[in-house]
Ligand binder design. Structure first.
Ligand code: CA
Length: 225
């Protein structure tokens, strides 16, 4: 068993050349890196161990990466970066929807992957706190949001967005800043994704409880008051 305080990363990739390269790079950066080439096996490892982050290829034998992620998210919130092929836009969107923290398109620059790993392992290790605003409450440690005691069913990204707005409550946060904070500093999509997720949050909170918690500040961004 690993006894040092190195961060533990699981590399799930069936192309031996890529996984070996990633393992060497990560070990050089002082991470403890385990490798797995099979989807079903990877799911078992991810459920049994508490990795700090998982790099998950989509095309895998026995169980594809999307399915591994879907099943993992039923019980664990380990940060996951999915690896997709350049033409697999659907995988990227599906992956983010079901709770991937980030994605990389192959072939990728190792420096960029390392930067994203630093970002996501840092966020996961941030101290937990309970935030509240009126009847809305967000528990970062349990990753549960409630309104008047009722649990709000949120995806990973929806939760991250709500949590960030709650941490900055009464402060207007711009779309770019939300994009950086929730999707990663070099996410290549448009800021429209923020508007889409704000709509999801409103449909699950404002619309359900008849409140207007998430306010749009024209030309500036969003705020929870
Ligand atoms: Ca593969």
């Amino acid at each position: 068993m690993e006894t040092s305080d190195k961060k533990r990363i699981l590399i799930v990739e069936d192309e031996a050349q890529i996984s070996r390269f990633l393992q060497l790079e990560l070990e050089y950066e002082n991470y403890s890196a385990s490798v797995c080439a099979d989807g079903r096996e990877a799911l078992g490892l991810a459920l049994e161990n508490d990795f700090d982050l998982i790099i998950l290829d989509v095309m895998l034998p026995s169980l594809n990466g999307i399915e591994v992620l879907r099943r993992l998210r039923q019980s664990k919130q380990t940060p996951v970066i999915i690896l997709t092929a350049r033409d697999q836009v659907v995988d990227k969107v599906t992956g983010l929807d079901i709770g991937a923290d980030d994605y990389m398109t192959k072939p990728f620059a190792i420096e960029e992957l390392l930067a994203r790993i630093r970002l996501h392992t840092k966020r996961a290790a941030a101290p937990a706190s309970a935030l509240s605003c009126g009847k809305l409450s967000v528990n970062s440690e349990a990753r549960v949001a409630t309104y008047d005691g009722h649990t709000i069913d949120l995806t990973k990204k929806e939760f991250d967005l709500l949590e960030y707005l709650m941490k900055n409550r009464n402060i207007v946060v711009g779309r770019e800043k939300l994009l950086d904070a929730v999707w990663g500093f070099d996410f290549y999509g448009s800021t429209n994704v923020v508007d889409v997720y704000i709509r999801y949050l409103r449909s699950k909170i404002d619309d359900v409880y008849g409140v207007e918690l998430i306010e749009t500040v024209r030309g500036a961004g969003y705020v929870i008051r």
